[in-house]
Design a protein. Structure first.
Length: 382
């Protein structure tokens, strides 16, 4: 039988040479230090099982009362979360999703016809490519460059806008660079979107993890002169990726905002993907988020201090769970670094960085593992 599949799933499914190398080294019995782990539930943090699991036994989950936007109690809890970020959110402007990935899927369907384009930052997370493929949307990268900090290349961004461009996507702070979009860049982005009739999609999953003393401002706080969608979820906000809870906040001028919300409601009503137990538990998880956030922030700070003491070159960052390092000796970067040190890192190319000497490490790795791994890398880089 010669089965045909959709061209949108025509990916190269072969094992990458990097994954093959890791598998081979482990099979040989070699002990490896993994500095790429970004799953908080696998990083040694303490979770209070009662606080997390008890809300899932709410008897109200025995009744099915679907709301395409999500239960009001859950949306009110999300609005309360944004009040802590100086943003006043109407719960009616919130749509619950099972993840930010599902949120992107909803927004690509809302904004784009097949073949339309969305501008995305580079470097950034490679997941966007797969999400766009599944919705027949084209991604057009705009550069975020490094020069005593990370900056959006606005000249190149504007040159990338074409007749079929429908939105600009922003990750704030960026993964993996940690670049946060402060007021000057924010205002310029909004001006460009307004001038070209583009929507703005802002992924804020790492908003609660600044690297400095200054809090990061949510795009939900305004001003919102253009149609703006803010995405986040419990995966990072409360370190609970397994609970599959995300959301979209829609802001912007009233007429177009209401039109977007109405269409999003139909999209969500088609799937009704989030379960009642998780919606009922969401207010409890959000109210208890500060304890796990404190653990994660302490881990990030400790690992940043280890990097500072190592002598390795780290690019400045504003927030998030990753650090970008520069290894001036190109011969030890990438797969050769793994062979020489037994330390797993992500090559910068995984995130669209052209410079071969750049690597990315996870700042939520366990402190002893991180310290040992960074020490090995620093020794090899001498």
């Amino acid at each position: 039988m010669n089965q045909r599949f959709s061209s949108r799933t025509g990916w190269d499914l072969r094992e990458s040479s990097f994954v093959k190398q890791i598998r081979s080294l482990r099979a040989s019995g070699r002990s490896l230090l993994d500095l790429t782990t970004s799953n908080p539930t696998a990083c040694g943090f303490h979770y209070d099982a009662n606080i997390i699991l008890d809300p899932l036994s709410d008897s109200r989950a025995l009744s099915y009362e679907p709301d395409p936007r999500g239960m009001l109690s859950a949306r009110e809890a999300i609005a309360s979360y944004y009040r802590d970020h100086a943003a006043t959110i109407n719960p009616d402007f919130v749509n619950l999703t099972t993840s930010t990935s599902e949120g992107y899927s909803y927004l690509f369907r809302l904004l784009c016809d097949a073949g339309d384009e969305v501008l995305v930052p580079q470097p950034s997370y490679p997941l966007f490519d797969y999400l766009a493929d599944l919705e027949d949307v084209r991604l057009n990268p705009y550069p975020v460059f490094q020069d005593y900090g990370w900056w959006i290349d606005f000249a190149m961004l504007e040159k990338s806008i074409r007749p079929h461009t429908r939105a600009i996507l922003l990750v704030h702070p960026n993964n993996p660079t940690g670049h946060a979009t402060w007021a000057n860049e924010r205002n310029r982005l909004l001006e460009i979107c307004l001038r070209h009739d583009l929507a703005l999609i802002v992924d804020e999953v790492f908003l609660d993890y600044p690297h400095g003393s200054e809090a990061l401002q949510s795009f939900a706080a305004g001003p919102t002169p253009v149609l703006t969608f803010v995405l986040s979820g419990m995966s990072k906000v409360a370190g609970l990726p397994q609970m599959k809870v995300g959301w979209i906040v829609t802001q912007g001028p009233e007429g177009i905002r209401q039109g977007a919300i109405g269409r999003l409601e139909v999209i969500a009503d088609t799937f009704l993907s989030m379960s009642a137990p998780t919606q009922l538990a969401l207010p409890h998880w959000l109210s208890s988020r500060h304890e796990i956030q404190g653990q994660i922030r302490s881990r990030i700070q400790a690992n940043l201090e280890s990097l500072a003491q190592s002598g390795l070159e780290r690019f400045a960052s504003d927030g998030g769970w990753s650090a970008v390092l520069r290894l001036p000796r190109l011969s030890i970067s990438g797969r050769t670094l793994l062979d020489n040190t037994g330390v797993i890192v992500h090559p910068g190319s995984f995130y669209g960085m052209a410079e071969p000497e750049r690597i990315v490490v996870s700042l939520i790795s366990q402190e002893d593992v991180f310290r040992d791994g960074i020490s090995r890398i620093a020794s090899a880089a001498k």
